[in-house]
Write a protein that binds this ligand. Structure first.
Ligand SMILES: [Zn+2]
Ligand SMILES: [Zn+2]
Length: 294
């Protein structure tokens, strides 16, 4: 049994949590690799009692219109957003979040389309080069092997083995696919700085996702100089130590401390669902104010 004082405290806390409007600012839908349609995302947000959600699909704004329509219907504010995959110094993956940018700006839409197609185009070029040196790999077969996933060199390597031009995946890479080999094609990479530019150029606020997972404070400082205005401090993969450290980091540098569930699913025991990680609605107001559109 809880003591009366503890019970009162608990009720007060519950009331406080219920009253304070909350926002989940990191959610994926079927527009990228999530399992819920943009409409289902907003429905789940309404069920969770959220005041606002941001649809942050990977490298695409395709779900935003649908989410906005559902938001108007269900009384949930939908923040136009994105999570852009970028690469720093060849191998560090950095996810840049964008909020309140003009998601219909033609330059941005074209650039995102280019980024999404880059993997596909690269695989096509590799196949052409293989064909040119007499390896009869077919692009359609590589697509089949990739089974709708993000197509890449491992799929091509398997196709090379299938046609008997290499005895193993390693030898397919070693003979054809790595730098210096006849079918090598460099991967197109966008840097975190370019991703930040894309968001700023369209009037939005650029943030860095799951910073405690990234643990690159020097890079963060560089990105702040470049116009980064927010960091994601609340994320399911952050420990409380990491969250506290970066909350302070944000405070001392005047950054907006965002957060969200990074939900890709309806939510289950070990997978975060929509509304499982939230921030006060005040953060949405700060993002809005910091965007040029405000
Ligand atoms: Zn991410
Ligand atoms: Zn994400």
């Amino acid at each position: 049994m809880l003591s009366l004082a503890k019970q009162v405290k608990r009720i007060a806390l519950t009331n406080y949590l219920l009253m304070e409007p909350r926002a989940d600012l990191h959610i994926h839908s079927t527009a990228s690799d999530g399992m819920l349609t943009p409409t289902q995302v907003v429905e789940a947000a309404a069920q969770a009692g959220l005041a606002a959600v941001a649809l942050t699909d990977h490298d695409t704004v395709a779900g935003i219109d649908e989410a906005l329509a559902a938001g108007t219907r269900l009384g949930v504010e939908v923040v136009p957003a994105i999570e852009i995959s970028s690469t720093h110094a060849e191998r560090v993956e950095v996810h840049i979040l964008g909020y309140f940018f003009d998601y219909k700006a033609p330059d941005l839409v074209d650039r995102l389309e280019f980024l999404r197609n880059a993997r596909w185009e690269r695989a096509k070029q590799i196949v052409e080069k293989l064909n040119a040196v007499g390896v009869p790999v077919e692009f359609d077969r590589v697509v089949e092997i990739a089974r709708g996933g993000a197509i890449g060199r491992p799929h091509v390597a398997r196709a090379i083995c299938e046609v008997g031009a290499a005895g193993s995946i390693d030898s397919a890479f070693g003979h054809f696919l790595i730098e210096g080999c006849p079918a090598y094609v460099p991967r197109y990479k966008v840097t975190p700085f370019e991703a930040i530019d894309m968001i700023i150029a369209t009037g939005g606020v650029a943030g860095c996702a799951h910073v405690a997972k990234l643990k690159r404070d020097e890079l963060l400082v560089e990105m702040i100089k470049h116009g980064l205005r927010a960091i994601e401090v609340r994320h399911p993969d952050h420990s409380s130590v990491g969250r506290k450290f970066y909350t302070r980091f944000a405070k001392t540098r005047g950054l907006i401390a965002t957060g969200g569930s990074d939900a890709h699913y309806f939510g289950s025991e070990n997978r975060p669902g929509i509304g499982d990680v939230t921030v006060p609605y005040e953060i949405v107001s700060q993002l809005k104010q910091a965007s040029h559109g405000a």
